[in-house]
Design a protein around this ligand. Structure first.
Ligand code: PLZ
Length: 453
């Protein structure tokens, strides 16, 4: 036994098990859904319209008493677990003290502490500074603002299959028009989409894919006009593609050599999800700017741009801010998340989850030939589904199978999320609180779902 491994079993207020007691959605959820349809626009959809009354650890409880094993964690937000005790206590205590002042009017310690923690835990040991904002998209917007100010250049480059948000600038940065951008233009200009590394589909080595990306950047934009390259080290909405070896370091090296700010969008891949604080670490990257959101505050809205002090300091006084950015309650929750990661050795949990889940997914792939690819790192794993008989040839996307499996799983009490440019990826991003038993249980549901296809 080593003293770095926590042996105290977490205590849960909800039994960590699936339990289905009604049709899905149940009668109370259906009633709520009817009310919702009258007052919430159709543009806001819900993957699984069961209305949640309680959540704890890796389990959601709906208003009808059904319990779901949550393999989505609110798209990678409740990484430390739903209603994690330390997060709840820190937020509750902060609510009693100060709820809001606006940091740019009268500051408070919690903001500074989060910036210190981010300086400590983002990759690299250079001097770093942080601005806190509300959402992932806002972090992307601010990263681009800062990079443009620092370089005096106009162009922004992103990669194919990327997802960066729903604001005007970030709509232009996403790969998929539908449903994120269609009809919502005009869009921000000077955004360029470069080819990415997608080993299952492009078959390129990291060096080959990097040469293709860099060739595009040099020809289509020209380094001297390029402010920043924004990259998700493991793409989230795109389908958890892990780039080929050497791809990301080559991009970073080219950016450094050409004065281009290298921005890692770690909004989905960060905060201990992959077994490292940031997925960048798996690739040996030291990004100029790192974007955090989602998992950073255990479920409260908070996001951050952390980066090299000299780049972050290029914005003029008053140039960065926002009413709720770095809200004291969200900041207190974030401090608790960082403490919890250390105290409960949560960096080991990503690897544990990968050990429990990934081999089981490879076993499913042996059984079901529509599983074309199994990929991901830590608690960020996915399978890409293709049409029967095409897994090693044309790899024709199979979105229908993904929808059918997600629907079957939901009826059995397992919430899984979809992803992918063609909607043909099932992604698994449970909270780090998910036990090996729940993972085995979820795999048996998936096995049944594939068998039932
Ligand atoms: N960058 C890598 O994954 C958010 C989108 C949910 P916000 N992804 C989930 C939805 O349907 O809107 C995301 C991301 C990456 C940026 C964002 C944007 O983060 O907090 O949703 O603005």
């Amino acid at each position: 036994m080593t003293d770095t491994v926590s042996t105290a079993a977490p205590v849960f207020s909800v039994a960590q098990e699936r339990r289905i007691v009604t049709a899905i959605p149940g009668p109370k959820s259906q009633e709520l859904h009817a009310r919702r349809l009258a007052v919430v626009p159709g543009g806001v959809s819900s993957t699984l319209p069961v209305y949640i009354a309680k959540a704890n650890g890796a389990v959601l409880v709906d208003v009808d008493g059904n319990q779901f094993v949550d393999f989505g964690a609110g798209i990678g937000v409740t990484t430390v677990g739903h209603t994690e005790t330390a997060v709840v206590e820190a937020a509750a205590s902060q609510l009693q003290d100060v709820i809001h002042t606006l940091f740019t009017i009268t500051p408070y310690e919690e903001y500074v502490r989060v910036a210190e923690l981010l300086a400590e835990h983002t990759p690299g040991d250079h001097a770093k500074k942080t601005v806190l904002v509300n959402s992932g998209a806002e972090a992307v917007e601010n990263g681009v603002k800062i990079a443009r100010k620092h370089t005096g250049r106009r162009a922004v480059a992103v990669l194919d299959h990327a997802y960066h948000g729903r604001t005007n600038l970030t709509m232009a940065m996403n790969f998929k028009a539908m449903p994120y951008a269609t009809g919502f233009g005009p869009f921000a200009g000077d955004v360029y989409h470069a080819p990415s590394s997608y080993p299952y589909r492009d078959g390129l080595s990291g060096a080959e894919a990097a040469a293709r990306t860099i060739g595009y950047l040099e020809k289509v934009i020209g380094a001297s006009d390029l402010a920043c390259l924004v990259v998700e080290p493991i793409q989230g909405e795109g389908g958890f593609m892990v780039p080929a070896d050497g791809y990301l370091p080559a991009l970073q090296e080219w950016c450094t050599a050409n004065g281009v700010v290298f921005i890692a969008d770690e909004i989905q891949s960060g905060m201990a999800r992959t077994g490292a604080y940031y997925a960048s670490e798996h690739f040996g990257l030291v990004p100029d700017l790192v974007l955090s959101a989602k998992g950073i505050a255990g479920g409260l809205p908070l996001a951050a741009v952390t980066g090299r002090a000299e780049i972050m300091d290029s914005a003029q006084p008053g140039g960065l801010g926002g009413t709720f950015g770095g809200n004291p309650v969200a900041a207190a929750a974030a401090i608790a998340v960082f403490e919890e990661i250390e105290k409960s050795s949560l960096l080991g949990e990503g690897a544990r989850i990968e050990r429990a889940l990934k081999p089981a997914l490879f076993e499913l792939q042996k059984k079901y030939d529509i599983i074309g690819d199994v990929r991901g790192i830590g608690a960020m794993l996915a399978i890409e589904l293709v049409q029967p008989g095409t897994a090693s040839t044309t790899k024709e996307p199979n979105a229908a199978a993904v929808s059918a499996i997600a629907a079957y799983a939901a009826e059995q009490g397992l919430l899984v999320l979809t992803a992918g440019t063609w909607g043909n990826v099932l992604r698994f991003l449970p909270s780090l609180a998910v036990s090996d038993e729940l993972i085995a249980d979820a795999v048996s549901v998936l096995d049944d779902a594939f068998a039932a296809l």
